[in-house]
Design a binder for this molecule. Structure first.
Ligand code: PRP
Ligand code: URA
Length: 209
């Protein structure tokens, strides 16, 4: 699949297995989501531009490279995307954080938007959308549309578990958006939950059920 990055690193696979386990506590779940997000962040930031600088070491002069100052916006989809923010900010502390509030209508499974606050200069930034679950793809497509409407050109979508249906829909509607995920599951159940998935990511993160 073009423009889809599936993380097969053993540490990430191990941690995703722990996330799936229904006996994992909310505390452990939060820690695992943050850890996996940091590890995924290395690949997500791989194309950040560098510039050459000259630095004096104790031995002599070195021509070397530093980040060229590319601006990023990290945009979690509320609620569950919040669990991934800290992991990414650990790597890129200068990134700005926007928030998009969406919930899925239980009947239609379509997203309902209730909040959107993005950095003022978001149009000058590359955007990284965070949400642990890409299920029907409705929430992801809505978030991407909302960010594109603000003029943002370069958008990546980072999730932990994706369904094939979700990836296909996101690709169909927004082929330019790179999808980064730690696992791809085959099916959705009649309530739009990923099978086997990990359950309701928001509830597991925040202990609401
Ligand atoms: C979950 C999840 C995604 C969405 C994915 O959020 O965090 O945002 O469902 O499903 P989709 O791909 O079918 O749109 P939910 O709607 O449960 O809201 P919550 O985070 O507030 O619990
Ligand atoms: N949202 C979740 O939290 N989990 C799923 O499996 C699907 C949507």
């Amino acid at each position: 699949m073009e423009n889809v990055y599936i993380f097969d690193h053993p540490l990430i696979q191990h941690k995703v297995s722990l996330l799936r386990d229904k006996n994992t506590s909310a505390k452990e779940f939060r820690e695992l989501v943050a850890e996996i997000s940091t590890m995924m962040g290395y690949e997500v930031t791989r194309d950040i531009p560098l510039k050459e600088v000259e630095i004096e070491t104790p031995i002599g002069m070195a021509r070397t490279k530093v980040i060229a100052g590319k601006k990023l916006a990290i945009i979690p989809i509320l609620r569950a995307g919040l669990g991934m923010v800290e992991g990414l900010l650990n790597l890129i502390p200068m990134a700005r954080v926007g928030h998009i509030g969406l919930y899925r209508d239980h009947e239609t499974l379509e997203p309902v938007e209730y909040y959107c606050k993005l950095p003022e200069d978001v149009v000058e930034r590359d955007a990284v959308i965070l949400d642990p679950m890409l299920a029907t793809g409705g929430s992801a497509c809505d978030a991407v549309k909302c960010i594109k409407e603000r003029g943002v050109k370069n958008i990546k979508f980072v999730c932990l578990i994706a369904s094939r249906t979700g990836i296909d829909r996101l690709h169909r509607e927004h082929p330019d958006v790179g999808v980064y995920c730690a696992a791809v599951d085959e099916s959705l159940n009649e309530n739009g939950y990923i099978v086997p998935g990990l359950g309701d990511a928001g509830d597991r993160l925040f202990g609401t059920k």
